[in-house]
Design a protein around this ligand. Structure first.
Ligand code: S3P
Length: 166
């Protein structure tokens, strides 16, 4: 079984994914971490030096490197399902779960997060709120193609596990 966790930046894909994988005795891959390890540079450096379009091609390339793994939870980047036919490929190869969260909750979580995210770096609060509102509307079209949609607010890994097998 291959489980893909998708959702906006800050929705908790990586921390939930790690715990879910642990509970299921599955392997775990965070696609951003995998890209950074394989490329030996950070996502921030890739964006800065080669730009977003190049990053999206790398993201697709590395998604395909891991997509056929079995007994694994894969947390993908917030943009992964929204480019090329990535969501279709993930749907074909495993179970996709969209961790849905309100704009307000995402904003609060992103403010607290210390992960480097080039798309929102340095944004003032008002700009960040607008960005989340606007971008989530565009991206939801893709996120909503996932097999399952779960409410990410106060979601535990145990509850997520239950959703996977319901
Ligand atoms: C991105 C989300 C990031 C990372 C990159 C771009 C996006 O991953 O892939 O900075 O386009 O939403 P997280 O969702 O894990 O922050």
């Amino acid at each position: 079984m291959t489980i893909f966790l998708v959702g906006f930046m800050g929705c908790g894909k990586s921390s939930l994914g790690k715990k879910l994988a642990n509970n299921l005795d599955f392997n775990f891959i965070d696609l951003d971490d995998f890209i950074e390890d394989c490329e030996a540079r950070t996502i921030k450096e890739i964006f800065e030096i080669d730009g977003e379009d190049y990053f999206r091609k790398l993201e697709r390339f590395y998604l395909h490197k891991v997509i056929n793994n079995k007994n694994i939870v894969i947390s993908v980047g917030g943009g992964t399902p929204c480019f090329f036919d990535n969501i279709h490929q993930m749907n074909k190869n495993g179970l996709t779960i969209y961790i849905n969260m309100s704009t307000k909750a995402l904003f609060n979580r992103l403010k607290l997060s210390n992960k480097s995210r080039p798309l929102i770096e340095g944004m003032k609060d008002i700009v960040l709120k607008d960005y989340i509102n606007k971008t989530i509307k565009e991206r939801e079209v893709f996120y909503n193609k996932s097999h399952k949609i779960v409410n990410g607010t106060n979601l535990s890994a145990k509850q997520l596990q239950k959703y996977c097998f319901d």
